[in-house]
Design a binder for this molecule. Structure first.
Ligand SMILES: *Cc1c(COP(=O)(O)O)cnc(C)c1O
Length: 362
């Protein structure tokens, strides 16, 4: 095997090596079927077991019981931007959005196509360098739901504590930090995540939904865009992204075997600390984009003294086997995406590279 490098890409992103090896080992003959998981019917017993285990593992990791379902859908997190208002924003109602980055803006844009919306808080004017504080949030009088983005992949910010708004359903895009740490999932009526950042390969979107939300989906919403369709059919209404669900299940097993969400938090905190320390101890050579109390465990964004140095950093780090560090154009600079599957050694290698780069060019 050629050497694997450290992949800091924002998504699709690095997957646990053990998961890839497991999938490789059973690729030609899945569970004694004599067929690959890629070739078997989604109506087969072998696939139904994968589908059911994935739902059970997700609920177990989130500590959720019978009042929740886990769905495996297609269309990415981006389709959830539309499905949520289509199913839960009725005429005459208002949906509240807290804007903490570019993905929240996109979610809002789709809701506006469906009904009335209200921006309950935003840090856009500060180029999203922080999460709004609780006292900045001003809800509309009776919102149908409140939507947040738990981790802002592009800006490198993350909610430290989640807000609660009593009986108002709270919905979250957790695409880039789902299962990175323990949290009270029962606060949320709906959580969604495109799998390709922290949960598996692209092509499958995980939706965790409180069952009571499945009761009144308006009958005018097209069948494929209704949550109740997918819940009633255990995510098997039509052909599911079966390989993706299989991979997500392997990732869930890997998380369980590595200490669950508490294990992930410990591992992720130590990893992120290595890089944030390199920033904080650089005497201003490296400048973090996020304010300290809004820093993300998953995406570390930082700038260098000028763009030329940033280009050199990106090019030289790639040569050194640290891939995908070029930042998003709306922040500039560099971004290290260090999801659950990024090993500690990867963060150590980046920290060492940062120290050496500053020594040579600082
Ligand atoms: C990547 C990302 C998305 C977009 O996901 P798709 O699956 O490509 O639609 C949405 N929200 C957040 C927070 C993301 O990081």
């Amino acid at each position: 095997m050629t050497k694997r490098i450290f992949n800091f890409s924002a998504g699709p992103a690095t997957l646990p090596l053990e998961v890839l090896q497991h999938a490789q080992a059973e690729l030609l003959n899945f569970n004694d079927t004599g067929m690959s998981i890629l070739e078997i019917s989604h109506r087969s017993k072998a696939y139904e077991e994968v589908n059911a285990e994935a739902e059970a593992n997700m609920k177990e990791l989130l500590g959720l019981g019978d009042d929740y379902r886990v769905l495996f859908l297609q269309g990415g997190a981006s389709l959830q931007f539309s499905m949520i208002p289509l199913n839960f924003l009725a005429p005459g109602q208002t949906a509240d959005y807290i804007l903490s980055g570019a993905w929240s803006e996109k979610a809002l844009k789709e809701a506006k196509l469906v009904g009335e919306t209200h921006v309950a808080a935003t840090t856009a004017e500060e180029n999203y360098k922080r999460i709004p504080s609780l006292d900045e949030i001003k809800l509309s009088s009776n919102p149908a739901y409140v939507h947040i983005t738990s981790n802002n992949t592009i800006f490198g910010t993350q909610w430290a504590d989640f807000p609660s708004f009593g009986d108002i359903p709270l919905m979250a895009d957790m695409s880039s930090d789902m299962l990175c740490r323990p949290f009270d999932a029962s606060k949320f009526s709906l959580i969604y995540a495109g799998a390709q950042k922290n949960l598996g390969p692209s092509g499958v979107t995980v939706v965790v939904i409180r069952k009571s939300l499945l009761e009144n989906n308006p009958k005018t919403v097209p069948t494929m865009l209704r949550y109740d369709t997918h819940a009633k059919n255990d995510s098997l209404y039509n052909t599911p992204p079966s390989f993706g669900v299989y991979m997500v299940n392997l990732v869930l097993r890997w998380i369980k075997a590595n200490g669950g969400l508490a294990g992930m938090e410990k591992h992720n905190t130590e990893k992120a600390q290595l890089i944030y320390d390199a920033i904080d101890q650089s005497g201003g050579y490296y400048q973090g984009h996020a304010e300290k109390d809004s820093r993300s465990l998953m995406n570390v964004t930082f700038r260098l003294p000028n763009e030329e140095l940033e280009k050199a950093f990106a090019a030289e780090s790639t040569k050194a086997g640290l891939n995908g560090l070029k930042g998003h154009r709306s922040v500039g600079g560099l971004r290290a995406s260090i999801y659950n599957a990024m090993p500690r050694e990867g963060c150590q290698a980046l920290r060492d590279f940062m120290l050496e780069f500053q020594r040579k060019n600082g």
